[in-house]
Design a protein around this ligand. Structure first.
Ligand SMILES: [Zn+2]
Length: 279
């Protein structure tokens, strides 16, 4: 059984502020430590349930947060480190029996959700896929589904767990390590307890994956209408320069096509272009 782990940081145990997730900030080493903590707990759970191969993709910011030297010595486990990557947070998911999304956060605009955002907090206001508003969980789950891979486990705060279950249904295993009191404060499990919760959830998720019970996001017939709304019209001016991109509003562009790999590349391209920040 091959398990793929997409590891973000904002949803990890104890993290409540961007000063813990930004490599230029003072508390970043705490963020690294807790991302590693949650990933190791999930790896242990997947191995408990009989995983033969685990591929971890560091999925936060510059994607060089996880210290490979701290992941132990196990020939079944590998790490994708670094960026850019064509599929970003789900680079390398192909061929897995199930994907786990670990340390994830809720989509932009979610109340009582730690560091809610969608890919870029300063650029993206909303993203919709076939008329449904999605965050990183939705985009990445759709990409996995398009490639035939279910999502068996999502971990993060309570709001993220609710968002993930709405997308993927009750067959999804979620592990809640904190309950946000606002965007920058949460009631958190202590690390020893969250490690137990994460390990047990990962074992259950891997068992469901092995039995063919892990859910795949409903992606219809594989034809997509992707809309990105930026924070301001200048960012949209930048994104709308690309041939084939349709501008449908002051702050919104639309692209259509087949295949989530292509849609994900559009998403990353348009957000990268929309760099303008008003001075
Ligand atoms: Zn992140």
């Amino acid at each position: 059984m091959r398990i793929y782990i997409s590891a973000d940081m904002e949803g990890a145990t104890g993290i409540v502020s961007s000063c813990q997730t930004d490599s230029n900030e003072s508390e970043y080493s705490f963020g690294q430590k807790m991302q590693l903590h949650d990933v190791k707990a999930v790896v242990s759970g997947a191995l408990d349930a009989g995983a033969d191969e685990i591929l971890i993709n560091d999925s936060h910011w510059r994607m060089i947060n996880l210290d490979i030297g701290e992941l132990g010595f196990d020939s079944r486990v590998r790490l994708i480190s670094g960026s850019p990557k064509a599929l970003c947070m789900v680079e390398g998911f192909e061929g897995a029996d199930a994907a786990f999304f670990v340390g994830y956060h809720a989509k932009m605009g979610t109340p009582r959700a730690i560091l809610d955002h969608t890919i870029s907090g300063v650029r993206v206001y909303t993203i919709s896929l076939n008329g449904r508003e999605v965050g990183e969980t939705g985009l990445n789950a759709a990409t996995c589904a398009d490639g035939g891979v279910p999502v068996a486990l999502v971990t993060g705060d309570a709001a993220l767990c609710t968002e993930a279950r709405e997308l993927l249904g009750d067959g999804l295993v979620t592990a809640r390590v904190k309950d946000a009191r606002g965007r920058l404060a949460a009631d958190c499990l202590l690390p020893e307890e969250s490690a137990r919760v994460l390990r047990e959830a990962a074992a259950e998720a891997a068992t469901r994956a092995r039995d063919g019970r892990a859910p795949r996001m409903d992606i219809g017939d594989g034809t997509y209408d992707l809309r990105i709304t930026f924070h301001n019209s200048a960012q949209c001016d930048d994104a709308a320069i690309v041939p084939g991109v349709e501008r449908i509003g002051g702050r919104t562009v639309r692209v259509t096509g087949r295949g989530m790999t292509e849609m994900m590349r559009w998403t990353l391209t348009l957000i990268s272009l929309a760099a303008y920040i008003e001075k």
